[in-house]
Design a protein around this ligand. Structure first.
Ligand code: NAG
Ligand code: NAG
Ligand code: NAG
Ligand code: NAG
Length: 440
């Protein structure tokens, strides 16, 4: 709806209001198939999905041209001048790509006999002059003079540059020249300004302001002479040869004077499409790799989880149900003792660990759940003196660790004491036999 309204307004500006007709000004923030202001020929297409103007795709020996249908007229009384600003992107295909694009001013739209490759579909390969064309080329094809293939040049009637420079821009912020890689696939801004035989070409990456210093400034260009007429067509041409690239125009603004040049709305510019074949080939491999990494991480995670779970595993027994809430978790004990480390003993000193163990064991025996199974004071004294061996028991022994339902005193029997004559060690208790129950 808005687009239709916009077209109506543009149509009104162009055909109804005569006052606007004098000053040709237009702006393309992206390209739309229903916008018929451009003439396309050769391989040039408007990609309806991306709203992008594609001059060439990755096909050999192509020429693609797009130009504003209406020629720009200059009255004999008015000096020829123009300003243009466009955003383009050159996406390489393979190691060596070509050939590049050119912004052109031409007296006609008839380019019969023009050659692709380094002639940009604008000039003749047979070295004879072309029908009156001025071009600003972004040349990405390597050749003897320009081995890198990263050059900006001004061409007059033939592909031989009258002025050229390695692609770069002057950064006002940094106060120095910064290189630009034309075939990076990133959007590049180009300004071409012409006034009184001076043609300036300025470059900058997208997102930068127009640098105050142009990259190229040619002072001896008489457009009326070159183009031979005061009616000129403006547009773009791109070409490929045996080497190729995707060549795109994302936005374009034009005006007969620098003052009335409209700003390109960068936020509305289309995105550069990703190279189709590159994506196709790298994607499954990348996906597989990412999947593998994810799987490895998952495995590691599960392993760590299992290890931790085993490390802190709790042994819960029947009898604990009653005492459950009073329990220290194995995990907290494990942490507090640093994994029951041998270096974490406390209370080391006058007593040996055997003595400590003995006292604790006697304590446990005295705390037997069955009062009848507890040792007598005499026995305790014997145990502590070392005159009587402690019975062996385990956490599972009845009365000590486990409260067996069918508890019977017979199951953990302490030695029955029998008074006998004193022995050599002066102990009144000589013999004892221990018989304990079902504990391990
Ligand atoms: C490139 O465009 C031409 C038409 O100009 C078409 O025939 C060809 O299939 C396209 N190639 C690719 C790789 O898109
Ligand atoms: C060069 O090629 C163009 C287009 O094919 C032709 O018009 C012109 O006469 C040729 N010039 C020479 C010197 O062969
Ligand atoms: C071209 O650049 C020069 C040097 O910066 C400047 O003095 C001149 O005004 C510029 N001309 C145009 C038409 O932009
Ligand atoms: C450019 O060339 C035309 C035709 O030859 C001439 O009339 C005009 O004076 C020239 N303009 C400049 C600025 O030299």
């Amino acid at each position: 709806m808005i687009r239709v309204l916009l077209l109506v307004i543009i149509w009104m500006i162009h055909y109804v209001c005569p006052s606007f007709q004098k000053d040709t000004t237009f702006v393309f923030n992206g390209f739309y198939q229903e916008d018929h202001r451009l003439h396309l020929d050769g391989s040039a297409r408007i990609l309806s999905k991306n709203h992008i103007l594609q001059l060439t795709n990755a096909t050999t020996s192509q020429i693609g041209r797009a130009f504003f249908k209406k020629p720009v007229d200059f009255k004999p009384s008015e000096p020829v001048s123009f300003s243009t600003h466009f955003v383009c992107a050159l996406l390489p295909v393979g190691k060596i790509s070509g050939h590049g694009i050119a912004f052109f001013v031409s007296q006609s739209t008839d380019f019969i006999g023009d050659d692709p490759t380094q002639f940009f579909g604008l000039f003749y390969a047979n070295k004879s002059d072309s029908p009156r064309v001025l071009a600003v080329e972004l040349d990405i094809a390597p050749d003897e003079e320009d081995s890198e293939g990263n050059e900006v040049g001004i061409d007059v009637n033939s592909a031989k540059d009258v002025a050229s420079a390695e692609a770069s821009y002057y950064s006002d912020k940094d106060g120095r020249k910064i290189d630009i890689k034309l075939k990076s696939g990133d959007p590049i801004q180009v300004w071409v300004d012409y006034e009184r035989t001076t043609l300036n070409v300025t470059l900058a990456p997208l997102g930068n302001h127009k640098p105050s210093r142009p990259l190229l400034s040619s002072t001896s260009i008489n457009l009326t002479e070159i183009v031979q007429g005061r009616s000129m067509f403006f547009g773009f041409s791109g070409s490929t040869g045996s080497i190729m690239s995707y060549q795109y125009i994302l936005g374009w603004s034009f005006s007969k004077s620098m003052a009335s040049l409209q700003k390109i709305d960068v936020s509305k510019l289309p995105k550069v499409p990703k190279p189709y074949n590159k994506k196709k080939y790298s994607s499954p491999l990348l996906d597989a790799l990412l999947g593998l990494i994810a799987l490895l991480f998952l495995g590691l995670f599960v392993k760590v989880y299992m290890y931790r779970r085993d490390l802190y595993a709790e042994v819960r027994e029947e009898w604990e149900k009653e005492y459950g809430p009073l329990r220290f978790s194995y995990k907290s004990l494990y942490k507090a003792t640093k994994g029951f480390s041998k270096t974490e003993f406390i209370g080391k000193g006058e007593f040996s660990s055997e003595e400590v163990e003995k006292v604790l064991k006697v304590g446990l025996l005295c705390a037997n759940l069955d009062p009848d199974a507890r040792p007598s004071m005499e026995q305790v004294v014997l145990y502590l003196n070392g005159n009587l061996d402690l019975p062996e028991f385990w956490p599972t022994s009845p009365g000590i660790g486990v409260l067996t339902p069918a508890f019977s005193t017979a199951q953990l029997m302490l030695p029955s004491l029998s008074r006998t004559p004193s022995s050599s060690n002066n102990s009144p208790f000589m013999t004892h036999s221990i018989d304990y129950g079902s504990g391990r």
